[in-house]
Design a protein around this ligand. Structure first.
Ligand SMILES: NC(=O)c1ccc[n+]([C@@H]2O[C@H](COP(=O)([O-])OP(=O)(O)OC[C@H]3O[C@@H](n4cnc5c(N)ncnc54)[C@H](OP(=O)(O)O)[C@@H]3O)[C@@H](O)[C@H]2O)c1
Length: 278
């Protein structure tokens, strides 16, 4: 099923709903820059914001949400535990710090930012506790390969609802999408437009002309039709609006395939297996 509007949601494996399109705020500066981006996004109809303790802008996200006047329960807030916040006791404290900075009673989705070796299973136990106690409506992971999830799934009581991974036309992650889907874990794409790097590709430009859409809109639409949740980041009002106007056209199967064929194992971020976890 393809969602039809900005507020349309995907149902996660615990029954809660996440908008398929949200705003990401990595590298949005704390203060005015983040507050304005969140404000413009909410005005444009976005109802999901993706932040992290690592981004150091949770306070600004919380402030912009409060100032919007929109009911808290109508906005989906994701934040993440950074690598040095992992481990059972550590993550309980980290969660409380994030919750306070955001200024909210509960968080919608709390993610392990990376699979920190020797810690990600203990971290998960603490996240299960937060979930059971009602501080968070859903728990998930980010940057997990299949082998990390294999380990987690054989230990956990509660399954992750989401695996947020780098995903764009240069890194289509077909194997990970299949793995996640086989385990009823929703894939969420970070860097859905490859930070802008794919926008000059011939096929993307060609389709943008055909549909009278921008290259970013074409790539976001491709993500949407692949069934992944997307959280494109922008701090510019026009782009925030532009990135949301992707519900009035549909790529054909052949066009989807042509974009899939841009795959080149083009990872932008560090491979989670190569990350140095201190
Ligand atoms: N879990 C993780 O480890 C992880 C890692 C990275 C990111 N994330 C999350 O995923 C979100 C998105 O990923 P991302 O920020 O890395 O990459 P992205 O969304 O693919 O790209 C963002 C970049 O593209 C530009 N841009 C946005 N809309 C555009 C448009 N319509 N036309 C041209 N350029 C446009 C932005 O610039 P301006 O802001 O200047 O407009 C920014 O430089 C992040 O913000 C964050 O919330 C998660």
């Amino acid at each position: 099923m393809i969602v039809k509007s900005l507020s349309d949601c995907i149902t996660l494996n615990n029954g809660i709903h996440i908008p398929q399109l949200g705003l990401g705020v990595w590298r949005a500066k704390d203060g005015e820059e983040t507050e304005k981006a969140v404000k413009w996004a909410l005005e444009a109809g976005y109802r999901s914001i993706d932040t992290a303790s690592y981004y150091q802008n949770e306070e600004s996200v919380g402030r912009a949400i409060r100032q919007s006047g929109i009911n808290r329960q109508d906005i989906f807030i994701t934040t993440k535990a950074w690598n040095n916040e992992q481990g059972y006791e550590n993550v309980l404290q980290a969660f409380e710090r994030s919750r306070k900075r955001l200024g909210v009673e509960y968080i919608d989705l709390y993610l392990e930012h990376f699979p920190v070796t020797d810690k990600f299973l203990d971290t998960w136990k603490a996240m299960e506790k937060l979930y059971k106690e009602g501080y968070v409506r859903a728990i998930g992971v980010s940057n997990f390969h299949a082998h990390h999830l294999d380990a987690l799934l054989s230990h956990c009581q509660i399954k992750p609802v989401v695996n947020q991974i780098e995903r764009h036309p240069y890194l289509t992650q077909q194997n990970m999408l299949s793995y996640n889907s086989a385990h009823d874990i929703q894939t969420e794409a970070w860097a859905p437009i490859a930070k802008g790097n794919v926008l000059q590709e011939n096929i993307v430009v060609k389709l943008s002309k055909k549909y009278q859409k921008t290259p970013a809109q074409v790539v976001l639409r491709w993500n949407l039709q692949s069934g992944v949740v997307i959280i494109p980041k922008s701090v510019h009002k026009e782009r925030i609006i532009e990135n949301s106007l992707i519900f009035d056209f549909e790529l054909t199967e052949q066009e989807m395939e042509a974009i899939n064929n841009l795959e080149r194992n083009g990872r932008i971020g560090t491979d989670p297996d190569d990350m140095i976890y201190e």
